[in-house]
Design a protein around this ligand. Structure first.
Ligand code: TPP
Ligand code: MG
Length: 319
């Protein structure tokens, strides 16, 4: 297997296996932190982040597990954070919607919809003022563009030619409300166009395509700083928050659901590898085993870790 394909596959599989394990622990009521799983949407994170260097920065939302891991965030600190333990990336105070690991450029995740966008734009301004050749990548959902602050941020980034990729993961839903009940068109690039921002809409479940396109976009921004808006159409496989299916509520049509579940990023990539004659079951098994060992060790560590000292409750509270 070519080393690029091996790296992409390992990264994709690690996200899927980690999310599945979190889902399991949550279902067994061993973990109580609410989790917005990225199962089904992982190719966006892997495709974009695989083109980023250590000093490039990522900002994310409530659905941040995949961005954190794809940027190289530490797995133990993530799982400990989900268990509310002191070795967690926020000392056990943040939970699943506040994942960060600045040592690898995973700067911040915030659950208030769209609130991360102006912060990422500020970071892009900082890079530009410091004449750094790095790029910011900010991930958000289709609902975030409905907040006014998205437009102020996009306008500012465009006007000041900031080095930022706006990555909009369009999974069609804001909780239970479909995009066509909220916006006049599912083509969200129309909102980039009105701010004079170069843009592209594509299927976000085809890892190799997302990887290749974002490679070009990121290289271009590094040569000549200016924002880019990338719309990646995708689908979440489980409920908005939690490990279960909520399709008994019938807010997602049966045929839509079946079509999107078949367009699975992991299955798609395996098909791609087979088509290229690059699929090697022995290597895949090795990758799988290595990831499982890492995941088991992270969960074991997190469970044995201590909760934060109650006496430290006021630490980090700004007076
Ligand atoms: C300002 C604000 N309003 C409402 C919420 C409640 N809320 C949390 S996630 C969410 C839906 C977000 O949808 P989207 O941005 O498309 O991301 P997805 O969950 O689909 O990944 C909402 C409404 C919130 N967190 N922040
Ligand atoms: Mg959405």
């Amino acid at each position: 297997m070519k080393s690029l394909y091996k790296n992409l596959f390992s990264s994709l599989l690690k996200l899927r296996m980690t999310e599945n394990e979190i889902a399991k622990k949550y279902s067994e009521q061993e973990m109580r932190c609410p989790v917005h799983l990225s199962i089904g949407q992982e190719a966006a994170a892997v495709g974009v982040c695989s083109n980023l260097e250590l000093q490039d920065q990522v900002y994310s939302t409530h659905r941040c597990h995949s961005h954190y891991l794809a940027k190289g965030g530490d797995l133990r600190s993530m799982i400990s954070e989900l268990y509310g333990k002191r070795s967690g990336c926020c000392g056990g105070r943040g939970g699943s919607m506040h994942l960060m690991d600045p040592s690898v450029g995973m700067m911040l995740s915030l659950p208030i919809v769209a609130s991360i966008i102006p912060i990422a734009v500020g970071a892009a301004l900082s890079l530009k003022l410091k004449k750094k050749k790095n790029v910011i990548s900010v991930f958000f959902g289709d609902a975030a563009v409905e907040e006014g602050v998205f437009h102020e941020s996009a306008n500012f980034a465009s006007l000041n030619k900031l080095p930022i990729v706006f990555v909009c993961e369009n999974n069609k839903y804001s909780c239970f409300t479909k995009i066509n009940e909220r916006q006049p068109s599912e083509d969200i690039t129309r909102l980039a166009k009105c701010h004079n921002i170069s843009n592209l809409r594509m299927n976000g479940n085809n890892l190799i395509n997302v990887y290749e396109k974002s490679k070009m976009i990121i290289q271009q921004i590094k040569k000549k700083p200016e924002p880019f808006f990338l719309q990646l159409d995708t689908y979440r496989h489980v409920e908005h928050c939690g490990p279960n299916s909520d399709d008994n509520l019938n807010y997602r049509g049966k045929s839509e659901l079946n079509n999107w579940l078949k367009d699975d990023p992991l299955e798609n990539f395996i098909k791609f590898l087979k088509g290229e004659n690059e699929y090697d079951q022995k290597i895949v098994n090795e990758i799988n085993d290595k990831i499982m060992i890492e995941i088991n060790s992270a969960f074991k560590f997190a469970k044995n870790d201590k909760f934060p000292n109650p006496a430290s409750i006021k630490k980090f509270v700004y007076a």
